[in-house]
Design a binder for this molecule. Structure first.
Ligand code: ZN
Length: 283
């Protein structure tokens, strides 16, 4: 079926009091694993690209990635959306829109509230004029390795949420409620009371980043209490690395044609993990 606009999946999740799962992918193997898992489970999925995967390593990949995901979506019965994860830069976000991303995250959350509102509103106007949806962030999710999930002063403040959503017109909002990106140093504890207050303050669908490592009972509860999109990445990256390492250990010393078996090995491992996580979704 045609590529689905990711925001339509988020809105459907919002209407059903559930969450759609979104996966940061860096290449064909990861995107393929996400689509495989969607086919196996019958759940819709969002495939995301983190701009850094392209820009930090001087790759020329926005358009290629968008075209690849679009092709995959058109050749499966699963519902697949495409989304650009954290873009901190206006020019980069505009370039991704040119390249075919129909949904983007524009993240000015490290600016003060007034600047965040001003920059986000301008990006929303630009994107909406082109039929593209915008996710943004209020509070700051940050890095688990730096214990951002414990920095309550950086959590999303419920009393700023209504103002921010009204002034910017964003389509979805990432919140900081004890979650953080990457590997947690200790098991996180989501501030679900804060989530209730945020959810009561706005109709805008809410997004939870930093999903790897959050206990599943807390996730299910967060989905029930207003999280409509759930970003899952670090566990999949770890699974990818382990699958490559296991494969190479089985082919030691490697012959050059052993490389042919790597995609199947890593896709199999990641598909299994992603399908298991997708079973948490009630969509
Ligand atoms: Zn994030």
């Amino acid at each position: 079926m045609p590529l689905v606009n990711a925001i339509d999946l988020v809105r459907e999740a919002s209407a059903k009091n559930a969450a759609v799962l979104a996966f940061v992918c860096i290449d064909y193997n990861e995107a393929r694993a996400v689509v495989n898992a969607a086919e196996q489970t019958g759940k819709p999925v969002i495939i995301m690209l983190l701009p850094e995967y392209v820009t930090k390593y001087s790759l020329n990949g926005f358009g290629e990635f968008a075209a690849m995901v679009k092709f995959m979506a058109e050749h499966t019965d699963a519902r697949v959306g495409l989304h650009l994860d954290h873009s901190y830069d206006e020019a980069e976000a505009r370039w991704a829109i040119e390249c075919g991303f129909t949904s983007i995250m524009f993240d000015a959350s490290r600016d003060d509230l007034e600047t965040n509102i001003r920059r986000t509103r301008a990006m929303v106007e630009y994107a909406h004029a082109r039929g593209v949806a915008v996710e943004s962030e209020l509070g700051s999710v940050g890095l688990a390795s730096e214990r951002w999930g414990e920095k309550t002063d950086l959590f999303t403040k419920p009393d700023a949420v209504a103002l921010f959503c009204r002034e910017t017109g964003v389509d979805s909002l990432a919140v900081a409620i004890g979650n953080a990106h990457g590997d947690y140093l200790q098991t996180p504890r989501l501030d679900l009371e804060r989530l209730d207050e945020i959810n009561a303050a706005t109709e805008t669908p809410l997004v939870l980043h930093g999903g790897s490592g959050i206990p599943e009972d807390q996730l299910v509860e967060a989905f029930r209490r207003g999280i409509n999109k759930f970003n899952y990445g670090t566990d999949v990256k770890r699974c990818y690395i382990h699958a490559v390492r296991d494969y190479m250990a089985r082919h030691d010393p490697p012959r050059s044609l052993d490389v042919l078996g790597i995609p199947a090995a890593v896709q199999r491992a990641m598909t299994e993990l992603i399908a298991r996580k997708l079973s948490l979704s009630e969509l």
